[in-house]
Design a protein around this ligand. Structure first.
Ligand SMILES: Cc1ncc(C[n+]2csc(CCOP(=O)(O)OP(=O)(O)O)c2C)c(N)n1
Ligand SMILES: [Mg+2]
Length: 345
C-alpha cells in the first residue's frame, strides 16, 4: 500500500480567488465555459443511458477532467490533429463534433461518428482531424508519432496533440513513441491526463518515478506539470507547447486531474475513499472557471443559466436523435474497414 505521506504532491490544489488575466474575447471564454458544461451534462446523460441499457460495451467517462480537455483542445487550429485514447467522449466534443452524432455512436447507430462500428472507445471524426479513439492502452501513441512524422515529411505547419492516461505511461509503446518524437523533433504535444489511477492502480504503484512530466527531458521534450483542474492554466501551457512544437521542440505535459466516477461505468471504485473524491469535487473545474470569470466580470449568473439551459436542450436532442437513428445494416459489415476507393499503390 502507498503511504499517505508519499502522495502529498497529488493532493488537489486549493481554489484560488486570484484574478486571472484573460486575453480571450468574452465570446471565446463563454464558448469554453459552455463546452465544459456540455461535456459534464453529456456524460451525466451517457451514464443515465448506460444504466437504461441504451448503451452497451465499455464506457469510460470524463467527469472531472473538463478543464484538462478544454484547455488543451481549444487552442488547436482546424488543421491540427488529435490522437486520443478510449476515455474520449469529451475530447471529440471539444473538437467540435456534433453531440447528437457522438451520442448516436455510443448507441451503436448508423448516424454515429463512426457509423455505429466503433462505440464509446472508437470515436472518429476525420474531417475535424480527430483520429480516434483507441482501446489498447498507449497503442495510439506510435500512431501520433506517425501523424507527426507525416506532418514534418510534408513540411506542413500542423501540430499533433496526443492525449494519453497516466497508466499508459507504464506501457513500452509510450517510451518508444516519446523517444522517436524527440529524436526527430516532431511537432507533437503529448498530454498525460493524470487522473491518479489506471483502473484501480495508483501512479505510485505503476511508475518508479511518479513525476511523469520528468520523462520529457530524457526523450528530448520539454516537460511540464500543470494544474489540470484550472482550464486557463492548461490553455496557457498548451499555447506555449504549440509555439515550441512549431519550432521542432515537442512537449510532454502532465495535467493533474481526477475522474469523479469509476474507471468505467461498471466500476464501483472501492480502491479510494469518499473523502478523496470529495476533496477533488470541492475544487470542481467548472465551478472554478465560473468563479474566475465572475471575478473578472466576464460572465453573469443569467448567462450561466442560459448556457446550462441550452446545453440541456442540446443533450436531450442528442438522445432523441440517437434513439431514432437506425442500427447499421448487417450488409455493410465490411464497410469503412479500408480506404474507399483504395489508394493506388
Ligand atoms: C495494453 C493494454 N493493457 C491493459 C489494458 C486494460 N486497461 C484498460 S484501461 C486501463 C487503465 C489505463 O489507465 P490510464 O492510462 O491512467 O487511463 P484512464 O483510464 O485513467 O483515463 C487498463 C490497464 C488495455 N486496454 N491495453
Ligand atoms: Mg489514469
Amino acid at each position: 500500500m502507498v503511504k499517505e505521506a508519499e502522495r502529498t504532491f497529488l493532493q488537489p490544489q486549493t481554489m484560488s480567488n486570484e484574478p486571472t488575466e484573460f486575453y480571450e474575447s468574452d465570446e471565446e471564454l463563454l464558448r469554453m465555459f459552455a463546452m465544459m458544461v456540455l461535456i459534464r451534462r453529456f456524460e451525466d446523460k451517457t451514464y443515465e443511458m448506460y444504466t437504461r441499457a441504451r448503451i452497451g460495451g465499455y464506457c469510460h467517462m470524463n467527469h472531472g477532467e473538463e478543464a484538462t480537455i478544454v484547455g488543451s483542445i481549444f487552442p488547436l487550429r482546424d488543421h491540427d490533429w488529435i490522437v486520443s485514447f478510449y476515455r474520449e467522449h469529451g475530447h471529440i466534443l471539444a473538437r467540435g463534433a456534433e453531440p447528437r452524432r457522438v451520442m448516436a455512436e455510443l448507441f451503436g447507430r448508423q448516424d454515429g461518428v463512426s457509423h455505429g462500428r466503433g462505440g464509446s472507445m472508437h470515436l472518429f471524426d476525420a474531417n475535424r482531424r480527430f483520429m480516434g479513439g483507441y482501446g489498447i492502452v498507449a497503442g495510439h501513441m506510435p500512431l501520433a508519432l506517425g501523424v507527426g512524422y507525416s506532418t514534418k515529411y510534408r513540411k506542413q505547419d500542423e501540430i499533433t496533440l496526443c492525449l494519453t492516461g497516466d497508466g499508459g505511461m507504464a506501457n513500452g509503446a509510450s517510451h518508444e513513441a516519446l523517444n522517436m518524437i524527440g529524436l526527430y523533433h516532431l511537432p507533437v504535444v503529448t498530454l498525460i491526463v493524470n487522473n491518479l489511477y489506471g483502473m484501480g492502480t495508483t501512479v505510485e504503484e505503476s511508475a518508479a518515478n511518479p513525476n511523469l512530466w520528468e520523462r520529457g527531458e530524457m526523450y528530448g521534450h520539454h516537460g511540464v506539470r500543470v494544474d489540470g483542474m484550472d482550464v486557463m492554466a492548461v490553455k496557457r501551457t498548451m499555447e506555449d507547447a504549440m509555439r515550441r512544437a512549431s519550432d521542432g521542440q515537442p512537449t510532454l505535459i502532465e495535467a493533474m486531474t481526477y475522474r469523479y466516477r469509476g474507471h468505467s461505468v461498471a466500476d464501483a471504485a472501492r480502491y479510494r475513499t469518499a473523502e478523496e473524491v470529495q476533496s477533488w469535487r470541492d475544487q470542481d473545474p467548472i465551478e472554478r472557471f465560473y468563479r474566475q470569470l465572475l471575478d473578472a466580470g466576464r460572465i453573469t449568473e443569467e448567462q450561466r443559466a442560459q448556457i446550462e439551459a441550452q446545453v440541456d436542450a442540446q443533450v436531450d436532442e442528442a438522445v432523441e436523435f440517437a434513439e431514432q437513428s437506425p442500427q447499421p445494416d448487417p450488409s455493410g459489415l465490411l464497410d469503412f474497414l479500408y480506404v474507399d476507393p483504395p489508394p493506388n499503390v
